[in-house]
Design a protein around this ligand. Structure first.
Ligand code: NAD
Length: 275
């Protein structure tokens, strides 16, 4: 079984981001935050740190957990109109009553470096240029890095969210995979996932995918990041059990996560260089 780690690939993508950033105006990413969720704030700090490491500017615009939806929308509109800002990202979770999908419509698609505006998803589905959500793009980057053949192969995605499952299904279709999307109401999940040659787990349920869900030799990408009692992270895949069946498997942490952050930076560098 091959362990598909993301660290080397992430470093290569960060180096590309740095080179692309040096070729134009210094890219500036604005991350809008309206939560006190510790895991979310940890992720934002890790983005800011990674940005500094490749000479990108990163502003964390913290509106606090009590922010009103209108205030969040106005902030996104202001940042979208600011010529000094090249990438705009809305961090979730949001306060009750605020819908990320509705609010993200205020992000200029040219600055939508995490593919959150519904227009970006529509453009992606239509095969038009758009920034895909960084996590979905990270899955594709890992598959490419490890030279996983996709054309004509059966791919199963577990999860249908607009940030991971749906955009990923479109990206896999674009590469001529035969794609099935599973979700919480799928009956007999294992009977579907065990047909996959490439299986992506993005449900946010620790240990959901066990040995009985995986075909021998399958390539398994674990997007899940579920907090553990000891303050760590675990994926949606039972790593030890699935390692005995799969041909290749990403670890959590150290798989999709670092590639996601690196791609967010590369998207921002590209946004800064758009004509
Ligand atoms: P979400 O809650 O919006 O969506 C979860 C999806 O999984 C839903 O479509 C739901 O129908 C499906 N699902 C839930 N339980 C299921 C079950 N028992 N069987 C089959 N399907 C089921 O979550 P999300 O935002 O798409 O995130 C998914 C996971 O990916 C989370 O663990 C999240 O933390 C992680 N994530 C990781 C990264 C990264 O960079 N590594 C980035 C974003 C999200």
């Amino acid at each position: 079984m091959r362990t598909l780690t993301g660290k080397e690939l992430a470093a290569a993508i960060r180096a590309q981001a740095q080179a692309e950033a040096a070729a134009g105006p210094q890219p500036r990413l604005a991350v809008v935050v309206a939560t006190d969720d510790e895991a979310s704030l940890w992720y934002v700090r890790s983005i800011a740190k990674a940005a500094a490491g490749v000479d990108l500017l990163c502003d964390v615009v913290d509106l606090g957990p009590g922010a009103r939806p209108e205030q969040i929308g106005e902030t996104l509109t202001r940042l979208s109109g600011d010529p000094g800002v090249h990438g705009v990202m809305l961090q979730t979770p949001l306060p009750p009553g605020a819908s990320a999908q509705q609010l993200a419509g205020a992000i200029d698609p040219r600055k939508d470096v995490d593919g959150a505006n519904p227009l970006s998803l529509g453009r992606l589905a239509a095969g038009l240029p758009a920034f895909p959500p960084a996590t979905a793009a990270a899955v594709m980057a890992l598959l490419d890095h490890y030279q996983v053949e996709l054309e004509g192969r059966r791919a199963v995605v577990v999860g249908r969210s607009t940030v991971v499952g749906k955009p990923l299904a479109h990206l896999l279709l674009d590469r001529h995979a035969t794609v099935t999307v599973c979700h919480s109401r799928t009956r007999d999940l294992a009977s579907v996932t065990s047909t996959a040659e490439v299986l992506v787990a993005a449900a946010g349920r620790a240990g959901l995918i066990g040995a009985g869900h995986v075909a021998p030799g399958a390539v398994v990408i674990d997007v899940g990041t579920n907090p553990t009692d000891d303050g760590g992270l675990t994926g949606d895949v039972d790593f030890d059990a699935v390692a005995g069946v799969a041909g290749a498997l990403t670890p959590v942490p150290g798989g999709v996560g670092p590639v996601t952050t690196a791609l967010l930076l590369r998207h921002t560098a590209r946004a800064a260089n758009l004509p």
